[in-house]
Design a protein around this ligand. Structure first.
Ligand code: UD1
Ligand code: MG
Length: 456
């Protein structure tokens, strides 16, 4: 059987975060999830993830997409692999991957396994060349150019530190060879850890060991601290933005725009500066996004505009205008040709077509029809301090400014609600409702009341 073993038990002390390192997010997605996504695209019989420090966090992210091996005390990368040995069965190979190298993609994984098989290697090591190799294990070659060992930064001599070919921590190894050799690794080094890299020394003389050079270095830069995270994020941002621009998406001031790898954007869309588009979002042609919009797991259909707004887990249908300063969340759907203006929040609600919510309005847990006009300051009062209730609104309803619709409530079609009303009884089709105290006017009374006009 061919296996993948992801090493994700480490605390990541150099990150200085509460979150275990492999769960730290890159473009709002945990590092380790990228690796499993890449593994899903290649043929592999079994995926094993070694967890340890705050294992429940990694398990929460990956669920049943992998099998788990547990390393309670983090004694080094070789010890981590040892924990997975009982899950390895039969002939075949194991792809061993560090959980802190999120941009390993299916191309690299397929590349190293193909190389491993074609070269009939026992052990293949993914390497890269770096101008600044600080922090990485250096590849030591013998007089004939074969790999003799890997030396970690903390154990390296000054001459070894100058070597620019480094270990990516990505390996492909025959299962039999791995099981036979792993227990021979000792921890006699400056970190007193069991280094997986010591496999090289142990195997070099008796097995076929080779290296696979990876060209896209940014994809295999292990992330050990928040600075290296930002460098990888920066490289990824540039590659992604370039891909979209080449595909016909206009990105204004691309240095300021962050689009995560799973986002799809049709040519003809315009993304303005400062926008963040994450998760599994989809932006159709003719859309104008931003400046400064924050979109996550949302679909924006053709020719819609979303300026300076936050849109999470929602859909904006064709030709709609959202923002500036609107907030859509939790499976909200804005209908075709709708207009959502400033300081409007829409939560878990669906709007029909040609509906206007132009300013200062909260719509929560509501289903609303077509051509409805929400006056400025309308509130669906969906929460009584204990439970949430639903609001239903028909078509062509006019809701005057500053109205409260106290849920649960049903409002029919062609209803007119006067401004300033607090509606707590259902209304049927064509009703007119006014629910506010009558105005009292006392002519020439303001002086008597004691009101002094300003002298200015
Ligand atoms: C490791 C390699 C180094 C390589 C670099 C590439 C070793 C000894 N060194 O160094 O040669 O250049 O990766 O990025 O392997 N982990 C465990 N349990 C442990 C220790 C680590 O699961 O006891 C996991 C970590 O969570 C991490 C991965 O293994 O995902 C690599 O560990 P890390 O401490 O980051 O190793 P590096 O110092 O980066
Ligand atoms: Mg690392």
């Amino acid at each position: 059987m061919n296996h993948a073993i992801i090493l994700a038990a480490g605390k990541g002390s150099r990150m200085k975060t509460d979150t275990p390192k492999c769960a730290v997010e890159l473009f709002k997605k945990p590092m380790v999830e990228y690796i499993v996504d890449a593994l899903d695209k290649i043929e592999i019989d079994k995926k094993i993830c070694v967890v340890g420090h705050k294992s429940e966090v990694i398990e929460g992210i990956l669920g049943d997409r992998v099998e788990y091996a547990y390393q309670d005390v983090q004694l080094g990368t070789a010890d981590a692999v040892k924990r997975a040995i009982s899950l390895i069965c039969g002939d075949g190979y194991s792809l061993i991957l560090p959980g802190d190298t999120p941009l390993i993609d299916d191309e690299i994984l397929a590349g190293i396994t193909r190389y491993h098989k074609e070269s009939k290697n026992d052990f293949s090591i993914g390497t890269i060349y770096l101008d600044n190799p600080t922090g990485f294990g250096r590849i030591i070659r013998d007089g004939t150019g074969n790999i003799a060992s890997i030396v970690e930064e903390v154990d390296a001599t000054n001459i070894e530190k100058d070597i620019k070919e480094v270990n990516t921590g990505i390996y492909c190894i025959e299962n039999k060879m791995l099981i036979e050799t792993l227990h021979l690794i000792r921890c006699n080094n400056n970190k007193s850890e069991y280094y997986l890299t010591d496999l090289v020394k142990l195997l070099a003389s008796k097995a076929k060991v080779g290296s696979y050079l990876i060209k896209d270095t940014y994809k295999v830069m292990g992330i050990n601290d928040l600075y290296s995270l930002s460098l990888v994020e920066e490289s990824l941002k540039r590659v992604i933005n370039k891909k979209h621009m080449i595909n016909g998406v206009t990105i204004v001031n691309p240095d300021t725009v962050m689009i995560s790898p799973d986002v799809k954007i049709e040519s003809g869309a315009i993304i303005y500066q400062g926008s963040i588009i994450m998760g599994k979002s989809y932006i159709a042609k003719g859309c104008h996004i931003g400046p400064y919009s924050d979109i996550m797991n949302s679909i924006i259909e053709e020719n819609s505009i979303c300026r300076q707004s936050v849109v999470y887990d929602s859909i904006i249908k064709c030709n709609a205008t959202v923002g500036p300063f609107a907030h859509l969340r939790m499976n909200s759907i804005v209908g075709e040709n709708d207009r959502i203006g400033n300081f409007v929040e829409i939560k878990k609600s669906t709007l029909g077509t040609k509906t206007n919510v132009a300013h200062l309005t909260y719509i929560g847990d509501a289903i609303c029809g077509d051509e409805v006009n929400f006056g400025c300051g309308t509130v669906t009062v969906n929460y009584d301090g204990k439970n949430k209730f639903k609001t239903k609104i028909g078509n062509r309803v006019f809701i005057g400014c500053n109205s409260n619709l106290i849920a649960p409530i049903n409002i029919g079609s062609d209803v007119y609600i006067a401004a300033g009303s607090t509606i707590n009884q259902d209304l049927i089709d064509e009703d007119f409702a006014i629910a506010r105290v009558r105005q009292i006017v006392k002519h020439n009374y303001s002086n008597k009341y004691g009101y002094k006009k300003s002298k200015l």
